[in-house]
Design a protein around this ligand. Structure first.
Ligand code: XBP
Ligand code: MG
Length: 237
């Protein structure tokens, strides 16, 4: 019995990563750094969930002795760069840079009408969820989701299952009665580790990832109705 839908954000609700990447580059330029992440490099860096963790990982690659920097100063610099990036991303989304992926709004609306609880389980920052969904769904967007778990509530990032385990706990149901939607290998690993059957809709950033543990892999959510999801979910058990 399918009792809840749990959505990842970046790459799943919307194909956001090119806009995230541009925001990182904008932040680096604002900070006077000569760092530039092109698409090929960013595709590799997406193996690291979480923007701050991603910047730290890259910094360590280009400046191995950065670990000698005072931990407090390092944390402050990472926070400042990430704040600049988040502001740039927020502005880009407000300017219309990102749309929901095909089929997403129709499914959210159908589940809403059917009274099927929905949740968000993401490693992105709360600001990014708000700016995307306020614009894509409307100012009432939060009423569509019974539970929202993000980088501010689940600091240990995917592939760790923390964000999904916290989401399930707050939904008050076992993983077998829910369905997760993801776009990446890390996201799939986190959802599966939490016991969730998972539907994958890859993006060009993640199409090469291993999705063998997925319940289904589809190009996007076009035509994916509640009835179809209930069939897939029933066949899973
Ligand atoms: C994808 C991520 C995030 C975004 C950038 O999140 O890993 O880090 O790439 O957003 P999701 P932040 O779990 O929704 O796929 O800079 O806010 O981390
Ligand atoms: Mg994702």
């Amino acid at each position: 019995m399918l009792r809840a839908l749990i959505f990842d954000v970046d790459g799943t609700l919307a194909d956001t990563e090119a806009v995230h990447c541009a925001a990182f580059n904008h932040a680096f330029a604002q900070a006077g750094l000569d760092w530039h992440w092109d698409t090929a490099l960013y595709t590799r860096l997406l193996e690291i969930s979480g923007g701050k963790e991603r910047i730290r990982h890259y910094w360590q690659q280009v400046q191995p002795d950065m670990t000698a920097i005072d931990a407090g100063a390092l944390a402050d610099t990472l926070q400042r760069l990430h704040d600049l990036k988040t502001a740039a991303y927020e502005q880009a989304v407000q300017d219309g840079a990102v749309q929901l992926r095909p089929g997403v709004l129709a499914l959210v609306e159908e589940a809403g009408r059917a009274g099927l609880p929905m949740a968000i389980a993401t490693t992105t920052s709360p600001v990014n969820i708000g700016v995307l969904l306020r614009q894509a769904i409307g100012t009432h967007w939060q009423t569509c989701f019974a539970v929202i778990e993000d980088a501010s509530t689940a600091p240990v990032k995917k592939p760790n299952p923390q964000v999904y385990l916290q989401t399930l706990k707050r939904l008050g149901m076992p993983a077998a009665q829910a369905l997760a939607f993801e776009d990446s290998g890390n996201g799939l690993a986190a959802a599966v580790a939490a016991g969730l059957p998972t539907v994958i809709t890859p993006t060009p950033f993640t199409a090469h990832h291993d999705f063998s543990a997925a319940l289904r892999v589809r190009p996007d959510l076009s035509g994916v109705t509640l009835a179809l999801l209930q069939d897939w979910h029933r066949a899973h058990h």
